[in-house]
Write a protein that binds this ligand. Structure first.
Ligand code: AMP
Length: 191
């Protein structure tokens, strides 16, 4: 099984690269952001609660996220070739929980750290905001999300670096060139 954690600031291209990985490697794509937005759309109590957090650029509490991931892993089909975790883990507590959840299932994951310059991600997100309809794609919330990324999520990269399960990707290039770097790593990781 090939399991990938796609880590990167908002707007770094995690969704785009996930689509390309799915196309070539047939993995299952779990975007926690998409899963949370679906919950908000459903109008549930949980949806209302997390809607405010997301609109403010804050993270959803760890225990809720870990529960969501545990449920997802329990429902994986037998023939699943692997999972792309897009947007999870976003804190060290989530990374520790994921490690345990995967260990129990005899699974492992490598982390791909997709780096894009801050000016570029702001530009991409403001552009996306023109059509995305997302409450968090506005300048003020983007700045907040980038700050949360630096303080809460960057340490997750260090966590994987210490476990030798870490690969840096330069995401400042075109979509194709960025994928080429990812593809080279995944070819090796598969062996
Ligand atoms: P994304 O679509 O990945 O940019 O996620 C949108 C928002 O969903 C984030 O800014 C967080 O508020 C929330 N979110 C997504 N994944 C997580 C996570 N693993 N932990 C906490 N909050 C999350």
């Amino acid at each position: 099984m090939l399991n990938i954690i796609l880590c990167g600031a908002p707007g770094s291209g995690k969704g785009t690269q996930s689509d390309l990985i799915v196309k070539k490697y047939g993995l299952q794509h779990l975007s926690t952001g998409d899963a949370l937005r679906a919950e908000i759309k459903s109008g549930s109590e949980l949806g209302k609660e997390i809607g405010e957090l997301i609109a403010g650029g804050n993270l959803v509490p760890d225990h809720k996220m870990i529960h969501l991931i545990a449920r997802y892993l329990d429902n994986l089909s037998e023939d699943c070739k692997g999972v792309i975790f897009d947007g999870f883990p976003r804190t060290v507590a989530q990374a520790e929980a994921l490690e345990l959840l995967l260990e129990r299932r005899n699974m492992k994951a490598v982390l791909l750290d997709l780096f894009v310059e801050e000016d570029e991600v702001i530009k991409r997100l403001l552009n996306r905001g023109k059509t995305s309809g997302r409450a968090d794609d506005n300048y003020e919330t983007i700045k907040k999300r980038l700050q949360v990324y630096q303080t809460e999520t960057k340490p997750v990269c260090t966590y994987y670096l210490h476990r030798h399960n870490y690969f840096a990707i330069n995401g400042n290039y075109s979509m194709e060139d960025t994928f080429c770097q990812i593809d080279n790593i995944l070819k090796l990781a598969q062996k």
